[in-house]
Design a protein around this ligand. Structure first.
Ligand code: K2U
Ligand code: ZN
Length: 167
């Protein structure tokens, strides 16, 4: 098992479109396992392969209080969405930034599990937010792009300042 380095916004690699997984081989299974380990260690409630600079459609999620309900979704697709909710979001690629984002209240997602079985999951509340947030990463979008241009400029300036201090 290994911890994977997480790309930091505004790294241009975060804008890469992830390719569908055609064959769930040892490499994909190892990637999913390392992503889960990285997510739990961060700690986070979700992680997309894009964030660890692997541009394949794989996400891991665990929104449980007990941190023992891992979901691994391959080639996830939102097939239904309903309602609206506003939730304060964070992102392991945008450390220290938490902003409100409007998203669908509930979603239905079709995906492949690690055994290659087609599954469907309905999520609402935080699970719905996390599913949308992670699936968006696979299309090269980071949650701050939902914010105003002014807010995005302020966030970039803050992260640049942080990077200079820690360099
Ligand atoms: O993509 C990521 O970096 C994962 C986010 C997941 C997230 C999605 C939607 C709303 C909040 C978080 C990280 O887990 S951010 C860290 C975190 C952990 C628990 C609760 C909120 C934020
Ligand atoms: Zn994120």
């Amino acid at each position: 098992m290994s911890l994977l380095p997480i790309l930091r916004f505004p790294d241009p690699r975060l804008k890469t479109l992830a390719a569908p997984v055609r064959n769930i081989d040892e490499g994909i299974i190892r990637l999913a396992r390392d992503m889960a380990e990285t997510m739990y260690e961060a700690p986070g409630i979700g992680l997309a392969a894009t964030q660890v600079d692997v541009h394949r459609q794989v996400i891991v999620i665990d929104v449980s209080e007990t941190r023992d309900r891992l979901l691994t979704l391959i080639n996830p697709r939102i097939i239904e969405s309903d309602g609206k909710q506003v939730c304060e979001e964070g992102c392991l690629s945008v450390p220290g930034i938490y902003e409100k984002v409007e998203r669908a209240e509930s979603v239905v997602v079709r995906y492949l599990d690690l055994a290659g079985q087609e599954e469907t999951i309905r999520g609402d509340g935080l699970l719905a937010v996390c599913l949308q947030h992670e699936i968006e990463h696979l299309s090269g979008k980071v949650f701050v792009e939902h914010l105003s241009r002014l807010k995005q400029m302020r966030i970039r300036a803050k992260l640049d300042k942080q990077a200079k201090i820690t360099a």
